[in-house]
Design a binder for this molecule. Structure first.
Ligand code: GLN
Length: 210
């Protein structure tokens, strides 16, 4: 069965995530079709979701005003996977430390916006990530710091002694931008190598005898 991936597209970097999830699916033998989420009604049809980077205050405002926020919460309550990156993680957190962000409480983490510096301080670093054999080329752009994680949260990667990739059940969150390199292993980890998630079985793909 072809999986349907929804990319939150109210604001931020969308097409790179669409490409990355298609590539990750290919690497795991699954076909993925991508839908862009701009209004209510699309999320309930999606098997997996991506919450991209961008500007967390704008993303938060639009998710709530469009009625998409509660659909994403229901998606996670059904143990369907989410990859939330950078601003996406800020919105998915339990505490964004900013009144303009209405958190979705999808991942039990506290974040500090822009703690890694301004746009000019963007950097790339090779990261050791739990579940990946070789370091991942992580691109940090005005990235949030994860300052606190709940008891149930698994830290997948740290930079400078601080968590920068986490897993909380079906939700994987990164401070950095895994979609900005040709390497789609973080998408693979979030969607196809996460025991905590429910995805439709590929066996349903078989066509019944005519
Ligand atoms: N600084 C942005 C914010 O706080 C996040 C940056 C990003 O997603 N690259 O919303």
């Amino acid at each position: 069965m072809t999986l349907k991936a929804g990319v939150v597209a109210v604001q931020g970097d969308v097409s790179e995530h669409a490409e990355a999830v298609r590539r990750a699916g290919e690497a795991h033998g699954r076909e993925v079709e991508v839908a862009e989420i701009r209004s209510a009604g699309t999320v309930p049809d999606c098997d997996l979701l991506l919450m991209p980077g961008g500007e967390s205050t704008a993303i938060s405002r639009l998710l709530h005003s469009e009625g998409i926020a509660e659909e994403i919460v229901a998606h996670v309550e059904a143990d369907k996977p989410v990859l939330a990156t950078c601003a996406g993680l800020i919105v998915a957190s339990t505490d964004a430390g900013d009144d303009r962000v209405e958190e979705l409480d999808l991942a039990d983490v506290t974040v500090e916006r822009n703690a890694f510096g301004r746009q000019k301080d963007s950097f790339e670093a090779p990261l050791d990530v739990a579940g990946l054999d070789d370091p991942f080329p992580a691109v940090f752009i005005r990235a949030p710091l994860i300052s606190d994680v709940g008891d149930e949260v698994e830290v997948l990667a740290e930079w400078d002694g601080r968590p920068v990739a986490v897993r909380d059940g079906p939700v994987v969150g990164t401070s950095f931008h895994p979609e900005l390199t040709p390497d789609s292993r973080i998408h693979g980890l979030a969607f196809f190598a996460n025991d905590d998630v429910t995805l439709p079985d590929s066996r349903e793909e078989s066509v019944p005898d005519q």
